[in-house]
Design a protein around this ligand. Sequence first.
Ligand SMILES: [Zn+2]
Length: 290
Amino acid sequence: MRFAQAFALSLLAMASAGCAAAPVSQAIAQVSAAATAPVDTRVVFPASVQQGSLVFGKVPANATVRYGTRVLRPTNYGTVVFGVGRDEAGPVSVDILTADGRTQVASVDVTPRDWPVENVRGVPPKTVAPPPDIAARIEREQAQVTATRARDDDRVDFAQAFIWPLQGRISGRFGNQRVYNGVPKSPHSGMDIAAPNGTPVLAPAAGVVTFAAPNLYLTGGTLLLDHGHGVSSNFLHLSRIDVKVGDRVQQGQVIGAVGATGRATGPHLHWGMNWFEVRVDPLLVLERTQ
Ligand SMILES: [Zn+2]
């Protein structure tokens, strides 16, 4: 009996999560839930996070949740996720409208981090000051990658405990101010892990392959994995890509191999993570669960 009730509840939660703007189904869900078990009405967010964090919150599963201009869809367990950028000063706030019509605001402080300057010497000069026709190519390739990150899947792979895609020394940290051959460039958008050429790269969490290209100008062998709800990983400078766009991959599955393609001084994996267009630090995502 208890199992049947729990099952019915989870069905209702699923139904309401799929149409958060429908007050009728929310009302039904609430009444039915009240008849069987207490509704989980907790709203839980961290009091503070570091810059570059992927932030997880807990809300009632049928709540309508807004962060900035985006609506965050709660999972069946009431988990929501969003990213806080490298330069976000905070505090940031999340608006939660519950089925009973109450609005709550969760405020999250953002702890500033130090961003050391990192001098990278010996990269191919043509990748630091590309000729105009190449600059157009780079812009085109980056636009393709950016478009891929707009995807907003219902899959909840992002909620898995992430694992390292390979073992190795961290040779470059997220957010550091990069100076290539003496020329200041954008902050480092991910985390570099040094490893020999050909070292297998594992999927840090399950996902769907949304982009795979063997030779982009700056990033070389480039692979994007979508973990759902706007969370994605990118793997750059690969020497080999073992999956294709549309493939569903499991956590720990080999997806490619370390290389030094594109703007790189030697073989390493660049692993970046995004929440839509917001870049977050993979190391913080790993530390969250380890
Ligand atoms: Zn890198």
